[in-house]
Structures are given as C-alpha cells and as structure tokens.
Design a protein around this ligand. Structure first.
Ligand code: FAD
Length: 492
C-alpha cells in the first residue's frame, strides 16, 4: 500500500523525470473519475493513476516503482487497457495503475501492407471503424467497447475467427515495456520467446503500448442481427442451430443466449446470426432458424463496423457485472435439459439475496458458435494460448444494481451455482460436457484469475515454458494480476 503523501511524492518525482501524461492521486479532483471501470465492482482505490502518453512514460513509472520498492511486489502495479476485467485485474487497491486508455487509444492503418497499428488502450470500436475505411478488418471482440489490450493478450474470440483465426493469431508485433523498464519490440525475430509468450499469456510479461495486427480485405456490409424467441422454443432453436453449425462455412457464426430478462422484461432466448456476405445467401444459410417464428427478427444487412456493436446494449458501461465462463461440446442439447437449465437460470437469478436488494439481477448464458477450424489449425504449443481444439467457450454474465462487497459475493455465488448446474446438465448433452484439461477461456475469467494457482491449469503443458519466460522477464512478479505465472526461480 502506498500512503497518500508517498503517492504525491511519486507524482512529483515522475514529473521531474519528464513524464508527459497525467498523474492523478487521491487529493486530485478527478481522482474518482480516474478509477472508473466497465464493471463498477471492479473499481479499486489506487494510490496513483498514471495516464501514459508513450512507452517512455510507462518505462518511467516502472523505473520509479523499482527504485522505491522495498522488496518484490511491495508496490502493486496494474495495467489498464479497455478496463473490462470484472474481477478487477486492471485495478489496484493502494498501488499504481498504468492507464493506457486516455491517450494510447487510437488505431491507424497502413493500407498497402494491410497492417493495423493500435494503441494498447484502444477499444475494438476504434479498430473496426478505422480499418473498414480502407476496406479492411481483423478478428476483434463482439462488444466493441471491450479493450484491445486484455482481449488480444488473452486470446481473442470473435465473429471473423472462422476466416482469420483468433486475435492472437493476427498479432504481428507489440511494443512491450517489461518489468525492468526496457522498451522492447517483440515479433517473430525480435525477442521471439516473448512473442510466443504474449500471445495468450500477455498481461504477465509487461505493458503493451502498441499492437501491430494483420488486417484482411472486408466487404463493407454483412448480414447479421438478433432473432428473439420465447423460452419454450429453446430446444427447437438449439436443434436448428446445431443442424446449421454442422455444415457452416468459415464465413458464418452465431451466438445463442438464454437470459433471465430480455428486452421484454421476461426470460428470452436470443440468437444472433452472422454471415459475411449478402442478404439472400445469409437468409438461405439460416433459413431453418428464421423459419421458427421469432418474436423479433432484427436480421438485416448492416455496415461491417456495426457488427461488433450488436451486443453493446446487453452490457452498458458502469454497471455491476461478474463474467465467468464454462465450455460446451459439439453436439446438441437434449430438450428436457435445455428447459431445465433455463428454469434453473431464472430461479437462481430471481432468488432473494444481497445482490437483489435494489432489483432482480439479470443472468445470461451465451453459447458461442464460432467457426473454430482456423483457430484449431494452429498447434497448441505454437503460442502460449493452448485451448485450440478444446470445447468452445461459453460466457456467463450476471448484472446487478446493489453496490458493495456483499452484493458482489452473492452475485459470484449465483454464477458458481449456475456453472455447477450447467456442467452437470451438459454431461449427457453437448458431447459429454467438459474435458479433463478443458479449463475454458481465460478471458472469460474462469474462477479467480488473480489466484496464485490460477495459471497452471489454464496453460497446461505450456506452463513450464511460461514459467521460464517469467523468470527471465519478470522474476519479481510485477505483473501478477491476471493468471499470475509463477517464475521457475522465485525472487525473495
Ligand atoms: C461485455 C464483454 C464482452 C466481451 N466479449 C468478448 C469477445 O467477444 N471476445 C473475447 O475474446 N473476449 C470477450 N470478452 C472478454 C475480454 O476479452 C476480457 O474481459 C478482456 O480482459 C478485456 O480486455 P480490456 O483491455 O478491456 O480489460 P482490462 O480490464 O483493461 O484488462 C484485462 C487484463 O489485461 C491486462 N491488459 C489490458 N491491456 C493491456 C496492455 N495493453 N498491456 C498489458 N496488459 C494489458 C490488464 O492488466 C488486465 O490484467 C468480453 C468481456 C466483456 C466484459
């Protein structure tokens, strides 16, 4: 913990050292605003927030932390990209936040080389909007206010992954500031060990101030939109989705959500479909689903840059949220299991409790049907991210209104209850449920991503190599807020 007087002293020292961004401490008028996150419950009271303008600014902060530390980890450092971690992994209680979102938040495009240069604190809206001006795009997040930083360093699942693979598969280079303050250019020939490690283990190795992404030609409009169904149709919807998915091309994808409270204020099934092509063909591909009689059919041709905003309304910035994830298998779900799970979702969401004192929380389970072949064509040891052929991811989200730690605890418990029911319920559906090594997708914050033992199961057979890398680049574990990799040689 840094005391307020110490933080003021840090601020003065950084300014004297030529720090060019903004430094905010508890006595500054904009302090509360500087702590804001996507999830209110992920906000923490940092001693100082450093809104950096460059890699050099980041390096100055890290150098000062090293100079003033009384031992490994004595000053907690967090890096904030888009600020969407619901567990608080980009926040710090009493430490220093290196915040990239105020200044390093833009994207620029090299049209000729089809490259995107993206700030470490940008969100996906910035990338999508800039790239499509040149008829280009890459795989990004499906809610476009999500940050490029955390999403890219932890994997990156999105609508375009059937054609272009995961986001990590399109990272060509990063500028990384490591725990000794070095500013490194990391790519396949410069620090190739780190290039391997940051693609999946990213937040463990430093602060990325710039990404260089491979971009691809993208048509200006796509066929996409939501189809809303009443809960009793869930089994029929899932059958239709599985039938479509079995023959889907890499240009198609869908997500199916069961939510305890949709736009009608009642439980709903929402399927969002996507075809990277024209309307006539898109309607053909999803004809079975479209014929089921949705109560709302919002499918239409939309500008490409609107695709990743289709789900923005389900997760507005600044509420209380807890995100977690599980996995689903390849086969269909039995009708009775689907109905049972939906009932359980509604029951868990509407139970009385600490997080329900200001209104009933909203819970949703999302089953993603992205085309996985391209991602799975990369070997599981080619990048730190290994879950290439594992069961597809399935995020679960709870949103609630009551502030405070007790409400957060209650909300997390509800997610745990639901996950248990899902794992049990899906054992005999969805191709047998979760596999032995199937931890799910790290960015969906499985369990507690800050726990000291969280990294080993996530990285599996890639873990020893990551531990070596951690020992080389961050032996004192300055970066330990996201599945903290334990170095092979611990510094005392
Ligand atoms: C509403 C919502 C929708 C989502 N949709 C998707 C989706 O479609 N696809 C998908 O794959 N995931 C999705 N996710 C999960 C998402 O990938 C993670 O929440 C991710 O951590 C968000 O990144 P961020 O930069 O916004 O978060 P932050 O909270 O800023 O950061 C998360 C972690 O990454 C680190 N970090 C962030 N930026 C940097 C950087 N530049 N350098 C070093 N470390 C950094 C932080 O220190 C922290 O540990 C979604 C999450 C939410 C809440």
């Amino acid at each position: 913990m840094i005391e307020t007087s110490q933080a003021t002293d840090f601020k003065a020292a950084l300014l004297a050292d030529g720090f060019t961004g903004d430094l905010v401490v508890a006595t500054d008028p904009e302090y509360q605003a500087s702590l804001l996150r996507f999830a209110k419950n992920a906000q923490r009271n940092a001693a100082m927030v450093a809104f950096v303008k460059s890699a050099e600014d980041v390096s100055k902060v890290i150098t000062l932390v090293n100079a003033r530390s009384t031992g490994p980890g004595s000053i907690h450092v967090a890096v904030r990209g888009g600020g969407h971690s619901t567990s608080g992994s980009s926040s710090s209680e009493g430490g220093i936040v290196i915040d990239l979102s105020r200044y390093l938040n833009t994207a620029r495009v090299d049209q000729e080389r089809q490259l995107g240069y993206v700030g470490g604190g940008a969100n996906w809206a910035a990338v999508d909007k800039e790239a499509i001006k040149y008829g280009l795009a890459t795989t990004g997040g499906t809610v476009n206010h999500t940050g490029v930083g955390g999403l890219s360093l932890g994997g990156g699942l999105g609508w375009l992954m059937g054609e272009h693979g995961m986001t990590i598969d399109n990272i060509l280079q990063v500028t990384l500031v490591t725990s000794d303050g070095s500013i490194l250019t990391v790519n396949s020939t410069s620090h190739p060990d780190l290039y391997w490690g940051i693609r999946g283990g990213g937040p463990n190795f430093g602060c990325v101030t710039e990404f260089v992404f491979q971009l691809y030609p993208q048509r200006p409009t796509v066929f996409a939109g939501p189809l809303v169904f009443p809960p009793p149709l869930l089994p029929t919807v899932m059958d239709a989705v599985h039938e479509w998915y079995a023959g889907a091309s890499e240009k198609e994808a869908a997500v199916v959500a069961m939510t305890s409270k949709g736009s009608t204020g009642t439980p709903l099934v929402i399927a969002i479909v996507f075809y990277n092509g024209d309307e006539e063909e898109g309607r053909k591909r999803f004809s079975k689903l479209l014929s089921l009689g949705p109560i709302v059919d919002g499918t239409r041709m939309i500008p490409y840059e609107a695709l990743n905003s289709l789900q923005n309304g389900t997760a507005p910035y600044g509420g209380n949220y807890h995100l977690s994830g599980t996995v689903r298998g390849e086969r269909g779900i039995k009708a009775e299991t689907a109905i049972q799970l939906f009932d359980q979702l509604v029951e868990i969401a509407s139970a009385p409790g600490e997080c329900a004192t200001d209104g009933v929380p909203v819970m949703a389970v999302v089953w993603e049907f992205f085309h996985l072949k391209k991602a799975a064509s990369v070997a599981s040891d080619a990048t730190a991210y290994r879950m290439r052929v594992a069961h597809p991811a399935s995020p679960i989200m709870i949103a609630w209104q009551t502030d405070g730690p007790e409400a957060t605890k209650d909300a997390k418990n509800r997610i745990l209850q639901l996950k248990q029911r899902l794992d049990e319920g899906l054992k005999d559906s969805f191709g047998g449920g979760r596999g032995k090594d199937d931890t799910g997708y790290g960015n969906y914050e499985m369990g507690n991503p800050q726990a000291t033992d969280a990294a080993a199961p996530l990285y599996g057979e890639n873990y020893p190599r990551l531990q070596e890398l951690k020992a080389k680049y961050d032996p004192a574990m300055m970066f330990r807020s996201w599945y903290p990799i334990q170095p092979t040689r611990v510094v005392t």
